[in-house]
Design a protein around this ligand. Structure first.
Ligand code: ACK
Length: 841
């Protein structure tokens, strides 16, 4: 009995009796609660997955000759519920496919993932002009399964779906059809369930699968409080405040609360419980998971291998995902990492007849466990594979011989669509299937093939083309302007409402272009929309669309109730907890990570250009000044940047216009300072010239009042003179996440006596000289934060430290490249001095 609970309970923190042993039932209760969590590690809860329904789906198609199900089975005799339609030869198509009723299980925001193939109209011979390359998705809410017979016009449109990858006859010749994945979300839902409907208006489509799910923050214990499974809010940027209940033998110190984000992540813990008198906090094992011991191969093809493995013996928590590292045997310097939420995956894109090495590790909230031992598997040779190649995605693998008859049927059917026009739609493109995202490493450098790259609108000969490529045109009649909320560079900024056909009305911000504008002003004004329209991230202001066909010309974005961050903080001076401030900073860093991953340099990152909504979610905005990060290293010299915001800008960008993501990191450090000081002006009333001179001489802003030491250290890191030593945005995000997960790390404030108000602080990146202790040396090079780790791991004397290698540093958890460099170069410097007989180590 005790044994059965022990494994699951290993994830927990609890209070155990001080002198006397803790009552056993306490532990078992805690374990019982956690065991059920292990069964559903993901934060997505599936409501419908057409791929896993064994029997009849019960969907209805009308008219009868429109959508039709291909009632086939796969090679394991499991039904494949694929629906197809291809009426490209006939005019006025209106083919509907209705799902059965789907309960939303209490979720008010649901996601719909569609996998489909679509025939490229250009590739069809002839030209009647009726061929389409899109289809529409609708929903209808109802409390029970009786609402199926409602009229089409009662369905609410979710979106028009276009394919990123349409296929041609040539692709079919290559036996490859391109599977698209699109995800849409709908909310707020107010009834118990809903139907979905797919409307075809004359395209050649095969709808391969439909998955409907909602997101939740999975139950977790934090600060001795249990937070229950929580369904995320209805709004895509909403943070739900959730109260925790104290675990057995603990009582409330400050009421424990956390915030459940729309993505199903727990953020910003506030308050905590404390053990009752006589009990003490017991951290049983909140360690990383143990390594995976068994990895098995399944189907092997010429380009792919199916792998499955067992959960680690000691998961020590909820497994969030697995990381699979693989490389061709003897080519370890060039490896690929992919992730999976399940204990199986098909690794594709492999070379035929080649041996690959695989290693897998699990991740929980405590981090990654160790990698499994190496497993060696070989792909099939080409000749055999040609007749055996079966992919996990039925529509891609076209092997009639082994019984996936379905594919032949689909292809035959879609090929039979004939005749037609080319009509490209301006709808948003499909995203890459996240499951297919891979990280490739070569000699330690990450290559991210799946990450989209920002396209500079200036590269378009006709700027109007860029706007319409990236922004939807909105009819002015859909917009109601309510009031003026501010003045923008090109005209007034208003709040209002947007009501698109078939969608609910919602609040928006509207930037207008003042009358009498020049052509250049119009181009620059709409340039911002062309940039914004390329981004899709919860911490980047979202573009709804533009009005260009009538006057005034407008840019319509989501509405942010609390306006710009600097004004908001000034108005609410001292009103937030440190954790709330760190939550804001985390959001901004996450948005900036997204921009830098896309190769976009903001150049004007400042609290005034961050907008904040009613849930305190911060979003990066103002894309006016920005330029693309160009490949040409000379490009930074030649751009015309207009006025440079001196106080926010890195010295190399001021001096020689070297704007990079590293200069954005400098500005981010200034934003951190603005946030922690509630909107104080950086460098107060110093003149721009004095600021430039002081920074050049090595002076930096002092810590704001009551600033956690960890945050000030991060600011100083962002303000390293050497831009390569500054942290990257992904490192900043993980560092802030660590602080959020461990709020006690924010309790150490910068010492009041070392905080020199109204003066700048001398900042020397590398100390030098003789050091009496490891602590003194690390403090001198501003790496004091690692003293404890060094001491704990036996590096307690300078003699021992002299032996440290880069590998040792990584093992100790010094992951920031800048910090590694700083420590290694200081050691190197000391060793050189030692050789010269100057400094005894
Ligand atoms: O501080 P604010 O109220 O927030 O004043 C400025 C003003 O317009 C000029 O930029 C406000 N503003 C800009 N974009 C938005 C938006 N998307 N939602 C709400 N307010 C906005 C900004």
């Amino acid at each position: 009995m005790r044994g059965s609970g022990a494994r699951a309970g290993a994830a927990g923190l609890g209070c155990s009796g001080g002198g006397s042993p803790a009552p056993l039932w306490t532990c078992l209760l805690l374990c019982g609660a956690l065991r059920s969590l292990l069964a559903s590690p993901s934060n997505e809860v599936t409501l419908l997955d057409s791929r896993t329904v064994m029997g009849d789906l019960g969907w209805i198609a009308y008219p009868k000759n429109g959508w039709e199900e291909i009632g086939e089975v796969d090679e394991n005799y499991a039904p494949i519920h694929t629906y197809q339609v291809c009426k490209v030869m006939e005019q006025n198509q209106n083919n509907w496919l209705l799902t059965s009723w789907i309960s939303n299980e209490g979720a008010s925001r649901i996601f719909i993932e569609l996998k489909f193939t679509l025939r490229d109209c250009n590739s069809l011979p002839g030209g009647l002009g009726t061929c389409k390359e899109t289809f529409n998705v609708y929903y209808f809410e109802s409390d029970d399964a009786d609402g199926r017979n409602v009229k089409e016009n009662q369905y609410i449109k979710i979106d028009t779906i276009a394919a990123d990858e349409s296929f041609t006859e040539l692709d079919l010749g290559d036996r490859v059809m391109k599977l698209n994945t699109e995800v849409r979300d709908v909310g707020p839902l107010t009834k118990k369930g809903f139907y979905l409907a797919f409307q075809d208006v004359g395209a050649c489509i095969a709808l391969v699968s439909v998955r409907v799910y909602y997101k939740k923050c999975p139950s977790v214990i934090r600060n001795l409080a249990l937070f229950p499974d929580t369904i995320t809010g209805a709004d895509s940027s909403q943070l739900l405040e959730v109260s925790g209940s104290c675990v057995n033998h603990s009582v409330t110190d400050e009421p424990p609360k956390m915030h459940c984000s729309a993505e199903g992540e727990w953020l910003v813990p506030i308050g905590k419980c404390m053990c009752k008198a006589g009990y003490e906090e017991k951290n049983s094992t909140c360690q990383a998971p143990s390594p995976i011991s068994i990895v098995k191969k399944g189907k092997i093809a010429k380009n792919s291998i199916f792998l499955s493995w067992q959960e680690p013996d000691r998961p020590n928590g909820i497994i969030l995902e697995y990381e699979i590292k693989y490389f061709e045997k003897d080519q370890e310097t060039s490896y690929t990492i992919i992730k999976s939420k399940e204990t199986k995956i098909t690794v594709d894109g492999l070379k035929p007849a080649s041996t690959y090495i695989f290693q897998i590790r699990a991740r929980t909230a405590a981090g990654y466990g160790g990698f499994s031992r190496r497993f060696e598997f070989e792909t099939s040779p080409v000749s055999v594979a040609a007749s055996r190649d079966q992919s996990q995605i039925p529509i891609i693998a076209v092997s009639v011989t082994v019984g996936v008859i379905l594919l032949a049927v689909v292809i035959g059917f879609l090929l039979s669509g004939s005749l037609f026009c080319s009509r490209r739609c301006g709808y948003s493109k499909a995203k890459q299937d996240p499951e297919e995202e891979k990280m490739h490493f070569h000699n330690g450098h990450i290559k991210l093939p799946g990450v989209r790259t920002y396209i500079d609108p200036h590269t378009y000969e006709d700027p109007n083309q860029a706007v319409h490529e990236f922004a939807k045109e909105i009819e002015a009649s859909c917009i109601t302007i309510e009031r003026v909320i501010g003045a923008g560079e090109f005209g007034e900024v208003c709040s209002g409402r947007l009501k698109l056909p078939g969608k609910r009305e919602f609040p928006v911000a509207i930037k207008t272009l003042k009358v009498g504008y020049t052509e250049k002003q119009r181009r620059d004004f709409l340039g911002e929309a062309s940039i914004m329209g390329q981004f899709d991230h919860p911490n980047i202001i979202h573009l709804e669309g533009v009005v260009t066909k009538s006057k005034p010309v407008m840019i319509v974005t989501e509405y942010m109730e609390n306006g710009s961050l600097d004004t908001f903080l000034k108005k609410n001076d001292g009103q937030f907890t440190v954790i709330q401030l760190v939550g804001m900073l985390r959001g901004i860093a996450s948005g900036m990570k997204y921009l830098s991953d896309m190769g976009y340099v903001h150049r004007d990152l400042a609290a005034r250009n961050i907008l904040i909504n009613s849930n305190l979610v911060c979003k990066v905005s103002d894309f006016g000044l920005s330029r693309v990060l160009e490949d040409d290293p000379e490009a930074a010299y030649t751009t015309r940047g207009g006025k440079i915001p001196i106080r926010w800008t890195a010295p190399e960008a001021i001096a020689f216009r070297k704007f990079t993501s590293a200069s954005d990191v400098w500005s981010y450090g200034i934003v951190m300072w603005e946030v922690v000081s509630y909107g104080e002006r950086p460098y107060w009333e110093m003149t721009n010239q004095d600021v430039i001179k002081a920074v050049e001489e090595g002076y930096r802003l002092p810590s704001p009042m009551d600033c956690p030491a960890a945050l000030y250290q991060l600011m100083l890191d962002c303000w390293q003179k050497d831009r390569n030593s500054r942290p990257k945005f992904d490192e900043i995000v993980s560092m802030l996440d660590k602080l959020i997960r461990n709020p006690s790390s924010l309790k150490t404030l910068v010492n009041a006596s070392s905080r020199v108000s109204n003066l700048l602080v001398e900042h020397s990146p590398l100390g030098s000289g003789t050091y009496r202790s490891v602590g003194e040396w690390l403090e001198a090079i501003k790496m004091g934060r690692y003293t404890e780790i060094f001491m704990e791991n036996g590096y307690s004397s300078m003699d021992a430290v002299a032996q440290v290698t880069l590998e040792d540093l990584r093992r100790l958890g010094v992951t920031l490249v800048g910090h590694q460099k700083k420590i290694m170069s200081s050691l190197q410097e000391m060793k050189v001095q030692l050789v010269n007989g100057m400094v005894p180590l």
